[in-house]
Ligand binder design. Structure first.
Ligand code: G6P
Length: 616
């Protein structure tokens, strides 16, 4: 996710800001930038693609002054590819106001159109730039007063819909930083004759331990010697500083011991981010910016081939079920590494859909190349904006899951499923899906963040289960229909972080060989929500139980009967069948995380594995 750091005080701002950016690197980013201002209204700006070290390199040797005011940013692209022109800070036309921003301005298109109609030229593809121009507009429209800059930012934010943590500086008032937040964290660091602002305490913990966390809809004016906070509707607020008690490592993980754990707990927010602004409920439609222009091509698609690797491949398998059942489009899924070497047969109007978190996986990229060679349309469901897959495909949808640090993919998988459901609505509504069904899926999607929170609340029950099974020699994972792919996802996690051999099967396949393995030492994880195939999987459960195999079952709330056969039961709330994997995967992630943790494994970086596999 993007990171913000700002400084005002008696010291040189620049090295403090660069150091702050380095401390934010762990969050993941693709470019960075910094602006510092002196009291003579000189402004120094640098932006660079890639590591903060690149930014630093571009600064060395330049003729920088050493003022005590500046703001800086690490960007994780959401609108516009990672490039110098899209990196923050962004300014108005006359370079009088400089903004760094985390979050997404949902109504930026209409604000941008308004500004363009007033003659403003945009220099980037970002949503953030509208903020700088609006601030300039409102500043110019106000009479001179001590609060003029502050009021211009406030007025701007009153026009904005979406999420933001921002820090703004101005040439006209080079004695302050204006900061504000809505659903994107921001805190003020209190020092002696100096203040900081940051999106994350790890950027400033070496400078101060005394901080004030801004609340949503609050705006602050931060000076060398003090600060004031107001709500956006004009009420001033006072707050006692909090003391940072964690060390930097713990702060990076927001108090979680591992990124994997943090990312599992981010799932409700990730679902919200993936659907934000994309559902038009009254019309039962999904509005997906990245594929709107390809509407006509997509209307003609008669067959979809999905390619992905690892967890992204599993997401593809769930997507297959969704697209076939609700959009009526024949769909198949390939391991990208197979697709590139077999001789796929294409018919008329085929689409290759590549799913990838990083957008850089070599096999998936090669599959796209192969499809292009054959003249087939290509589409991506990608998390990393501006990545190779995002650029190489004809069109696509971004996940907006934020950077995923843990090698084992969790929140990105969930966002892939959410985007798949939105894509299914999009494709279905172009075909036979009714308005009522489109609406129904949309409504259920909106419910998911709260339902996931209910599952996360069962962590203690899951820890107890983890304790019981941590020394198991191997495990069988089973699911059916929408949850058959989840059996594979569970097995991947058991193997990659728990180092437990795991065999995954669509449950109906168990009787063809694997059942021979079952005895009291060989447990099974059975994903068995009460859906259209529940009775089928119940018979698997009974067969395992008859052979004294221990069972961990994931089922729907209220299913008491299952306890007759399963020793350990984890409940998930009821939702639409096609969305059950989004809920059922959460306990799988918590269970495998806690088993790995009890075994003392290095969870975020499991042995022999890489987050992004850019070689064949
Ligand atoms: C690696 C990662 C997996 C991921 C897979 C595909 O194996 O460890 O977590 O699912 O690559 O990566 P992608 O970035 O294409 O989704």
């Amino acid at each position: 996710m993007c990171g913000i750091v700002g400084y005002i005080g008696k010291r040189d701002a620049l090295p403090i800001l660069i150091n702050g950016l380095k401390r934010l690197e762990y969050r993941g980013y693709d470019s960075s930038g910094v602006v510092v201002l002196d009291e003579k209204t000189n402004v120094y700006v640098k932006r660079a693609v890639g590591k903060v070290a690149e930014l630093e390199k571009s600064i060395n040797g330049s003729d920088w002054l050493r003022p005590g005011l500046g703001i800086a940013h690490t960007r994780w692209a959401t609108h516009g590819e990672p490039s110098e022109r899209n990196a923050h800070p962004h300014a108005d036309t006359d370079n009088n106001f400089w903004v760094v921003h985390n979050g997404i301005i949902e109504n930026y298109k209409e604000l941008k159109d308004e500004l363009i109609s007033e003659g403003v030229d945009f220099r980037s593809d970002t949503d953030t730039e509208v903020l700088a121009h609006l601030i300039a507009k409102y500043y110019n429209g106000q009479p001179s007063s001590p609060g003029r800059f502050f009021d211009a930012v406030k007025k701007t934010l009153q026009r904005v819909r979406g999420t933001y943590g921002i820090a703004v500086v101005s040439k006209f008032e080079p004695d302050k930083i204006i900061a504000a937040r809505n659903s994107s964290p921001l805190l003020i660091g209190i020092g002696d004759g100096e203040h900081m602002v940051a999106s994350d305490a790890s950027a400033i913990i070496h400078l101060t331990k005394s901080v004030i966390y801004l609340d949503d809809h609050e705006i602050a004016e931060i000076r060398r010697d003090g600060f004031r906070i107001e709500t956006l509707d004009g009420n001033s607020t006072t707050r006692k500083p909090s003391l940072l008690e964690w060390d930097a490592a713990k702060i990076e993980k927001l108090g979680h011991d591992h990124f994997m754990h943090k990312e599992i707990f981010e799932i409700p927010e990730v679902i919200e981010n993936s659907i934000r602004g994309r559902l038009i409920l009254d019309e039962g439609r999904a509005k997906l910016g990245g594929i709107e222009d390809a509407k006509d091509t997509l209307r003609k698609i008669e067959r979809i081939i999905i390619a992905g690797c690892g967890t992204a491949n599993v997401a593809g398998r769930v997507t297959e079920y969704m697209l076939e059942e609700y959009a009526g489009i024949p769909t198949e899924v390939d391991a990208a590494s197979e697709f590139r070497y077999r001789k796929p047969v294409f018919t008329k109007n085929n689409l290759l859909l590549a799913i990838s978190q990083s957008g850089e996986t070599a096999d998936t990229l090669a599959a796209i190349k192969e499809a292009k060679e054959k003249g087939i349309s290509t589409m991506g469901i990608v998390n990393a904006v501006g990545s190779s897959i995002a650029r190489d495909t004809d069109f696509g949808i971004y996940n907006h899951a934020g950077p995923e640090i843990s090698v084992a993919s969790t929140k990105a998988f969930v966002s892939q499923l959410v985007v798949a459901a939105l894509f299914t609505i999009f494709m279905g509504r172009q075909r036979e899906m009714s308005l009522t069904m489109g609406k129904r899926i949309g409504e259920q999607l909106k419910e998911l963040p709260n339902l996931v929170k209910k599952v996360l609340a069962q962590e203690n029950i899951i820890i107890e289960i983890a304790k019981k099974y941590k020394d198991m020699p191997a495990i069988l994972t089973l699911g059916r229909k929408y949850n058959a792919p989840l059996a594979t996802e569970a097995a991947i996690k058991f193997r990659e972080i728990c180092y437990v051999p795991a065999i995954d099967l669509p449950a109906g396949e168990m009787k063809h060989g694997t059942i021979a393995l079952i005895d009291e030492k060989f447990p099974s994880l059975v994903i068995a929500p009460q859906d259209s195939v529940y009775e089928k999987i119940q018979s698997n459960i009974e067969q395992i139980s008859a052979r004294r195999g221990p069972i961990i079952a994931i089922t729907t709330e209220g299913n008491e009967e299952i306890k007759k056969f399963a020793q350990d039961v984890i409940y998930i709330p009821k939702t639409l069948e096609m969305l059950t994997p989004i809920l059922a995967v959460v306990p799988i992630y918590l269970l495998t995380y806690h088993i790995a943790r009890l075994k003392g494994h290095e969870i975020d970086k499991p042995r022999n594995l890489a987050k992004s596999v850019t070689v064949e």
